[in-house]
Design a protein around this ligand. Structure first.
Ligand code: DC
Length: 233
């Protein structure tokens, strides 16, 4: 099949922690010759600075969100915050747990959602954009045509995160503690008042428990590119 790449479309990918979303989104962006907008990294950045500056109030979190200037390197590898590369500092368990907490606040969400829309629309002028998060298909870009909800069995998700942290040499705790904190985060993310994690009615659900990363990416890209060639006749 001859692949056609087209600018001007956004692919929304949502799902719970550790379902393989980040890896899949990165590879899909590469496959589509597009860019990746990792929105979780924005919430993690707010949490990172909150820890660093001992901020613990809703007003304080919102102030941090407003102050941060986000950018991403064009190779989809890392987020730059106020010009500084954040790297693995955003991946510790402390930051992960606090990211879920800061993301419940309306002020934080409004600021980050506006920033996500601005970046996504700007990038989509010149290339396909894969946007990854929890509320992309429901709140940030509810009108996009390509929406996926990536999920997996909680034990499989915890095992994957454990292996990923081990490989990076990042302190992440035991498998049991990752499973526990994932369950807590899922509960928090899906029960919050503003923009909770949920599957959009028109999203395609992809259960990755028994699929390899490559199978998931192939499934998604075939779906997108197949639709595009149908539209182009
Ligand atoms: O995808 P992640 O694990 O990097 O996300 C970190 C946290 O950020 C997650 O617990 C919930 C929050 N988040 C959110 O509320 N909305 C998004 N669009 C992305 C992430």
């Amino acid at each position: 099949m001859v692949k056609k790449f087209k600018a001007g479309y956004i692919v929304a990918i949502d799902g719970p922690a550790g379902a393989g979303k980040s890896t899949v989104s990165r590879l899909l962006a590469l496959e589509l010759n597009g860019r990746l907008l990792d929105t979780g990294a924005m919430y993690r950045s707010v949490a990172y600075f909150a820890v660093k500056e001992s901020v613990s109030t809703a007003v304080g979190f919102s102030k941090i969100a407003r102050r941060l200037k986000f950018d991403y390197d064009a190779n989809n590898q890392s987020i730059l915050v106020n010009g500084q590369e954040m790297g693995h500092r955003l991946r510790t368990q402390k930051v992960s747990a606090l990211a879920s907490k800061v993301s419940v606040f309306k002020g934080v969400r409004q600021t980050l959602t506006a920033c996500q829309r601005r970046l996504g629309k700007m990038w989509a002028k010149t290339s396909p954009v894969v946007v990854e998060g929890r509320d992309i298909g429901t709140v940030v870009f509810p009108d996009v045509e390509y929406k996926f909800y990536v999920t997996a069995d909680p034990k499989v998700r915890a095992e994957r995160r454990y292996q990923q942290l081990k490989k990076q040499g990042t302190k992440g705790g035991s498998l049991q503690s990752i499973l526990k904190s994932n369950i807590e985060r899922d509960k928090q993310d899906s029960h919050r008042k503003y923009a909770p994690l949920k599957c959009a009615d028109d999203a395609i659900v992809v259960d990755t428990s028994k699929m390899s990363i490559n199978q998931v990416v192939q499934f998604m890209s075939e779906h997108i590119l197949g639709k595009i060639s149908l539209m182009e006749g």
